[in-house]
Design a protein around this ligand. Structure first.
Ligand code: NI
Length: 250
C-alpha cells in the first residue's frame, strides 16, 4: 500500500526513522510526504532523498499565503527540479479560518497550478469550505491530473472532480461514525478513482481517533473502504496502489 499524503516532520515526531521502518511491517511500502510552505517542502524533500521508498510533493498551502513571499515561489520552482518531487501540493483554498485573503489565496493557487502544468506534475489539492471556487479554478486552468486530498465534499462534487480527471484521496475521516457524506461517496464512486492517505499527524482513523496519526494506519482506511463497498481488502489495496503509481509515476 501507499500513503499518498502525510507530514512526517520533526515538529510532530521524534522517531521518524523508526516510523518509516515500521511501515513495511504493515504493508505500507511507499510514502508520499507533503509540504505546505517553503520550509516544510524543503524538509520533506530532504526526507525523500534519504529513503528510496519516500517521495515528496511540495507547495505553499492556503494557510501559509500571508507568510509566503514571491521569493518563496522562485525557490519552490528550483526545488521542483529534484527528481524525488512527484507533485505540487498541498495547494488550494481554505476559507475556514481565513476569508479575508481570498483573492491572495486564489492568486497563489493559480500560480502553482501553472507551475504544475509547466513541469508536467500532478497536483494535490487542499480545499476547505471553498469547494466551488476550488472546482471553478481547477476547471478554468484545465487541470486534469491530480488528487483531492482528504476529500470530504458531496457526491455531486465528487463526480465533478472525477470528470476533470482527478482522483479523490480517502483518509481517516471516512472511518468516523458520523462521516455519512464521505461514506456515500465511497459507496458510489469506483475504486478506479480513489487513493489512500493518512494526512498524519492529523485525523487518525478509528480506533485511534483524536490521537496522533501514522502512515502505518493505512490498512485501517483500506479495510474500511472494503467494508463500505462490500469487496475484499486486497482489491482495495491493489487498485489504489495501481492508481497511485499511475498518477505520481512512482
Ligand atoms: Ni495535509
Amino acid at each position: 500500500m501507499i500513503d499518498t499524503h502525510c507530514h512526517l516532520e520533526k515538529e510532530y515526531y521524534d522517531d521518524i526513522d523508526e516510523i518509516i521502518g515500521k511501515c513495511k511491517n504493515f504493508g505500507v511500502d511507499k510514502i508520499i510526504v507533503s509540504g505546505y510552505n517553503l520550509d516544510s517542502s524543503k524538509e520533506m524533500l530532504n526526507l525523500a532523498n534519504k529513503y528510496d521508498n519516500i517521495y515528496a510533493t511540495i507547495g505553499i498551502s492556503p494557510q501559509d499565503v500571508d507568510e509566503a513571499s514571491n521569493n518563496d515561489l522562485i525557490l519552490l520552482e528550483e526545488l521542483l527540479k529534484d527528481k524525488k518531487v512527484v507533485g505540487i501540493g498541498e495547494i488550494g483554498l481554505d476559507y475556514h479560518y481565513t476569508k479575508e485573503n481570498k483573492e491572495k489565496q486564489k492568486q497563489l493557487f493559480i500560480t502553482q497550478l501553472r507551475l504544475a502544468k509547466k513541469y508536467n506534475l500532478p497536483v494535490v489539492i487542499h480545499s476547505r469550505d471553498a469547494i466551488n471556487d476550488t472546482y471553478e479554478i481547477l476547471k478554468s486552468e484545465n487541470i486534469e491530473c491530480g488528487t483531492m486530498h482528504c476529500y470530504s465534499g458531496s457526491l455531486e462534487y465528487a463526480h465533478k472532480f472525477i470528470d476533470l480527471g482527478l482522483y479523490l484521496s480517502i483518509g481517516g475521516v471516512s472511518t468516523f461514525k458520523n462521516a455519512k457524506e464521505i461514506k456515500k461517496v465511497i459507496e458510489n464512486i469506483s475504486l478506479d478513482n480513489l487513493l489512500l492517505e493518512t494526512d498524519s499527524p492529523y485525523l487518525a482513523p478509528e480506533p485511534h481517533r483524536g490521537k496522533k496519526n501514522y502512515p502505518y494506519y493505512i490498512p485501517l482506511i483500506a479495510q474500511n473502504i472494503a467494508n463500505i463497498k462490500k469487496i475484499s481488502v486486497d482489491e482495495v489495496k491493489n487498485k489504489t496502489v495501481l492508481n497511485t503509481t499511475k498518477l505520481f509515476d512512482i
